[in-house]
Design a protein around this ligand. Structure first.
Ligand SMILES: Nc1ncnc2c1ncn2[C@@H]1O[C@H](COP(=O)(O)OP(=O)(O)OP(=O)(O)O)[C@@H](O)[C@H]1O
Ligand SMILES: [Mg+2]
Length: 226
């Protein structure tokens, strides 16, 4: 599903070596954590997958396609295939939970049965009863569940989450992880960037560890500690 082929990313203005010769593959249907301390390169790796930035060297493949060579006009197509969940959820504050989802459907050209599809996605994260609530009327954990529903409502084959449990208490964080696991079981490839040792240790899955931009470990059994 995704492949990093000897990827180096240097941010030119600050000469920061954010990633150095990173090489790995995540197969279709897999669940993988990207871990490492703050500044290790996790968000850079996700930005490369969305082609928000280009690598300095190397190639990034998504679904067999070298996205470093993708033409501008194909970018919307790539981004439609990727669901994204951020730490700060980035819901639209003037729209209800349901409307945030129908907005995402409309934006990606999925115009049929929008209300039904949005409601189904909210039901899957256990929040159908909150469909009329605005983000400010939801708890942080609920907001994050809506954000996951929004990322999944378009049925993307790949879901990326950048520190999705960052602001949550441990129990709520586990609920979010379980939700991402459900998404994975239904066939979506899931990549979760996190520096939470706790989560990675409690919910063991394949774990890629970055240190100063280098991939220093890739462990199928998971767990954080070196
Ligand atoms: N747009 C940018 N321009 C210049 N340097 C950047 C940029 N974005 C990130 N960096 C630098 O690249 C390195 C990796 O940053 P990145 O955001 O990928 O780390 P991270 O692992 O996601 O950290 P965190 O856990 O704090 O989110 C850091 O040294 C950071 O300062
Ligand atoms: Mg980050």
């Amino acid at each position: 599903m995704i492949q990093f082929h000897h990827v180096t990313k240097t941010y030119p203005r600050t000469h920061t070596h954010a990633l150095r010769d990173v090489d790995f593959e995540v197969k279709k249907g897999e669940f993988a954590y990207i871990t490492g301390h703050s500044g290790a390169g996790k968000s850079t790796l996700l930005s490369l997958l969305l082609r928000r930035i280009l690598p300095t060297e190397g190639h990034v493949y998504v679904a067999g396609q070298d996205i470093t060579r993708l033409r501008e006009r194909r970018l919307p197509h790539l981004r439609r295939a990727i669901g994204m969940v951020f730490q700060d959820h980035r819901l639209l504050s003037h729209l209800s939970a349901l409307e945030n989802l129908t907005f995402a459907l409309r934006a990606t050209g999925n115009r049929g049965n929008m209300e039904q599809r949005a409601l189904l996605a909210l039901r899957q994260v256990g929040l159908a009863h909150k469909r009329k609530a605005f983000p400010i009327e939801l708890s942080l954990g609920e907001q994050q569940r809506v954000a996951i529903a929004r990322a999944m409502v378009t049925n993307p084959p790949l879901l990326l989450a950048d520190e999705p449990t960052g602001n949550l208490d441990p129990d709520t964080a586990m609920e979010i992880l379980e939700l991402l696991n459900d998404v994975n079981i239904k066939g979506t490839t899931v990549i979760v960037a996190t520096h939470s040792r706790d989560l990675v240790d409690r919910f063991k899955r394949r774990t890629l560890v970055l240190r100063n931009g280098e991939l220093v470990r890739d462990d199928d059994r998971g767990g954080y500690s070196l």
